[in-house]
Each structure stands twice: as structure tokens, then as C-alpha cells.
Design a protein around this ligand. Structure first.
Ligand SMILES: Nc1ncnc2c1ncn2[C@@H]1O[C@H](COP(=O)(O)OP(=O)(O)OP(=O)(O)O)[C@@H](O)[C@H]1O
Ligand SMILES: [Mg+2]
Length: 145
């Protein structure tokens, strides 16, 4: 499929940027006139991936040096979004992806983020190296009339 547009943003890994991240992806996707429900699914999946980078990737600190990089590539009826961090990484991706698995139960996490990303997109994969960071790739197909 022919790429029609792309964009890249980087922002500090802080919770104030969760809403910002999902909103700019949705705004970017609007140019291909997607269905509202599919756009909403995309927003949900992006939100889970960005929240993970903010919550899990880095030790909490108040500086803005720990960042999340997000890249979007737009096609006539699909979008690919990559959300990356340079944080602690994931030891066992298969385990992390299984429903209800969380390393942060004390923060009232339910371990459903990856399951939600998988359910609300058409394709999802995770690359991660302990000590180097994590990259989540999401692909959402839009059924444009
Ligand atoms: N970017 C990341 N960096 C480091 N670890 C991560 C990252 N994303 C996910 N993980 C690990 O994978 C686990 C599962 O993630 P998932 O999003 O499914 O659940 P959760 O974030 O723990 O809970 P929920 O998303 O339901 O609030 C996390 O608990 C964490 O250990
Ligand atoms: Mg999560």
C-alpha cells in the first residue's frame, strides 16, 4: 500500500502526555476520514502503549530527559504507529503479553494493556531488550467508504 503521510514526535515520559499522544495520532489519522469507532479503537490502543512507556519504562524522576518516541505512517486505509522508549526493557515479552500479567499490582495495574492493544488493532508486535528499551508496533486498518 502506498504511504501517503508520516510524522514523528518525541515527548517526556510523564502522564500529562498520555492524552496528548492519543489525540495527535487521532488528529493525524483524520485526514483519511476514518470511521469514528475505528478511530476510537486506535486511540485506545495508542493510549495503552504510551501509558506503558510512561509507567513502566523508567524510574520515576521529575526531569524531562526520559522520553517516548512515537512515529506514525499513514496509508489510504490504514495507519502504523510505533511507540518506543529507551527504558528498562522487558525480560520476557511472551509473559508480559499474557492477560492479567503485571509487574505493578501495587499501582493498581490490571495487566490488560497488551491484550487491549491486540484486541483493538489489526496487528501488534513488541520488540524489547532489557536495559535498552521497548518498541511497540501497532497497525490499524480503516474501512473507509
Ligand atoms: N514500555 C515498557 N517498558 C518496560 N516494561 C513494560 C513496558 N510495557 C509493558 N511492560 C511490562 O509488561 C507488563 C504488562 O503490560 P500491560 O500493559 O499488559 O499491563 P500493565 O501495564 O501492568 O497493566 P494495565 O495496562 O492493565 O494498567 C507490565 O506490567 C510491565 O512489567
Ligand atoms: Mg499497561
Amino acid at each position: 500500500m502506498k504511504e501517503i503521510n508520516r510524522m514523528r514526535v518525541e515527548f517526556p515520559a510523564k502522564s500529562a502526555n498520555e492524552g496528548f499522544a492519543r489525540s495527535i495520532v487521532a488528529a493525524f489519522a483524520t485526514q483519511i476520514d476514518p470511521r469514528i469507532d475505528e478511530l476510537s479503537d486506535l486511540r485506545t490502543a495508542v493510549s495503552e502503549a504510551v501509558t506503558n512507556a510512561i509507567v513502566h519504562a523508567y524510574d520515576q524522576d521529575r526531569t524531562n530527559k526520559n522520553t517516548v518516541q512515537m512515529e506514525c505512517v499513514l496509508y489510504p486505509s490504514a495507519i502504523e504507529v510505533t511507540i518506543a522508549d529507551c527504558g528498562r526493557g522487558i525480560e520476557n515479552i511472551e509473559m508480559a503479553r499474557s492477560p492479567l500479567y503485571t509487574t505493578a499490582p501495587e499501582m493498581e495495574r490490571s495487566g490488560m494493556g497488551f491484550t487491549i492493544m491486540e484486541t483493538f488493532t489489526d496487528d501488534m508486535y513488541v520488540e524489547s531488550k532489557p536495559g535498552e528499551g521497548t518498541k511497540v508496533f501497532l497497525r490499524k486498518v480503516f474501512h473507509v467508504e
